[in-house]
Design a protein around this ligand. Sequence first.
Ligand code: BEZ
Length: 211
Amino acid sequence: MALRLGDTAPNFTADTTEGQIDFYEYLGDGWGVLFSHPADYTPVCTTELGAVAKLKDEFTKRNTKVLALSVDGLENHKGWISDINETQNTTVNFPIIGDQDRKVSELYDMIHPNSSENFTVRSVFIIGNDKKVKLIISYPASTGRNFDELLRVIDSLQLTANYSVATPANWQQGEDVVVSPGIKTEDIPSKFPKGHKVIKPYLRMTPQPDL
Ligand code: BEZ
């Protein structure tokens, strides 16, 4: 059955380019991004994996580990990593699952048969430090992902896990946030001492509380 937001992310063991991994052990008490790509030695995927490698420090800052997957085998992955390193001017610094038996792809519903019987789509799962699924996005094969957007979502998820706020459209770190509807307007000053604006009774803004 397809996973949904709030579900527990299923654990698995898998062979990867960095040895066998138990997903939960790999994540430890941190956050995770599990993402699939359609196939090795393809142009868009090459740029995507290079982009993720370059963002390693940003993921680490957010206590987040990344794990890639395709249904190609490990020998293919290893040869392709050399090409990614060469062409994207980086070093792939995260494991890639060789999911030839489709165990993980099927567990996470990454094969969408009406798109392709044989390949995973570009699925992304963000997993919280409570092992719950926090975000699911599926991109088509022809569209490379925006990994800065995934970092932005992780920032929002980590902020809103700790404060009674939500982040508005196109929010970026440092910008004002929305006070959660469950907070009464008269309680805002004690909870958000940096100030607030009541734009409408249901739309109350406050400076980002963790800065
Ligand atoms: C790519 O990663 O470049 C790609 C994969 C499948 C179809 C089209 C492009």
